[in-house]
Ligand binder design. Structure first.
Ligand code: HEC
Length: 278
């Protein structure tokens, strides 16, 4: 008799918890990827299938205020998710994930979730998702890009525009049919700096010859250093430069494939470029 009461009480509590929790994102509530990525069996429309509000998902990766389609290793960006919908939904929800490589590994690191956003860990990945039904149709979270050499990163996103009935009926959902893909910036062409007017390298990635296109205000002798990701120098030499434009060649054919940093310095200023050896 007593047992039965306790059991019933527990069942009620569990149910209450479940109902309350369901207003959070699917990684938290269901322990599932519902982004429409290769890791999800089905996206939000598995339940939110009414097709109301015709929501369309949008995901932007912002460097300051500028949307980018390439990232720099280790740099911080802001990811902004917007749910554009027809009619007047009462609220919004989403789930996103950033993946890389053939085995869909976590790419980078999500941080500082904005209003109504939580970051839920699941199977070694991070899922930014709504923490509760949100009144606004934009969500923001910071993203620290993965280390240089990681390659393309794919952002998957699924969204719901909800009618506020605390259920999955009568809502609309959709997901990105193709992920937002960011490539990695490796070649840094001609950006003016203190040392040179131009310091461009090509081809990048390089296999045998790496060309340095230099435009200098004045003649001088510089230290040239190529180092690997561990910071160890694999090449040290001096570089004498005339005033004006010139091209130099570096033989990188003997280097193991990987990402390197090429630095030219005059002891005071330094200019560096990321080099990928294939
Ligand atoms: C397995 C079914 C299921 C899936 C899949 C699912 N949800 Fe839900 N969702 C529910 C249920 C049930 C509720 C109502 C429970 C509640 O509000 O507490 C709900 C509620 C919501 C609400 C509040 C709705 C309202 O009108 O109050 C939002 C927003 C929401 N889900 C977003 C999402 C998003 C975004 C996804 C996909 C990334 C998703 N859901 C996937 C079952 C699901």
């Amino acid at each position: 008799m007593k047992f039965r009461l306790v059991y019933t009480l527990f069942a009620f509590m569990a149910l209450a918890l479940l109902l309350v929790n369901n207003s959070g994102g699917p990684a938290e509530v269901q322990g599932l990827d519902r982004t429409g990525s290769p890791l999800s069996i089905s996206a939000c429309q598995a339940c939110h299938s009414a097709g109301a509000f015709s929501p369309s998902p949008m995901l932007e990766v912002l460097d300051d205020t500028l949307a980018v389609d390439a990232y720099e290793g280790g740099k911080s960006y802001k990811v902004r998710i917007t749910v554009n919908a027809s009619g007047t939904p009462a609220g919004y929800g989403f789930q996103a994930v950033a993946l890389t490589g053939a085995t869909n590994l976590q790419a980078g690191d999500f941080k500082n979730p904005g209003a109504d956003v939580q970051i839920t860990p699941l199977n070694g990945r991070e899922y930014p998702e709504h923490s509760k039904r949100s009144n606004t149709n934009t969500f923001e979270v910071d993203w620290e890009a993965p280390a240089a050499g990681t390659g393309d990163v794919r952002f998957y996103l699924a969204v719901v525009a909800a009618n506020g009935q605390n259920g999955s009926n009568g809502d609309g959902s959709s997901f990105l049919s193709t992920p937002v893909t960011l490539s990695e910036t490796v070649s840094s062409t001609a950006r003016a700096n203190e040392l040179f007017e131009t310091f461009a390298i090509y081809p990048n990635p390089a296999t045998s010859d790496l060309y340095l296109h230099i435009k200098s205000h004045e003649q001088g002798v510089y230290q040239l250093r190529l180092s690997n990701l561990q910071g160890q120098a694999v090449l040290n030499s001096s570089l004498s430069v005339m005033a004006g434009e010139q091209t130099r060649v570096l033989d990188v054919s003997q280097l193991p494939a990987g990402v390197y940093s090429l630095q030219a310095s005059d002891g005071k200023g330094v200019v560096s470029r990321k080099v990928v050896k294939r």
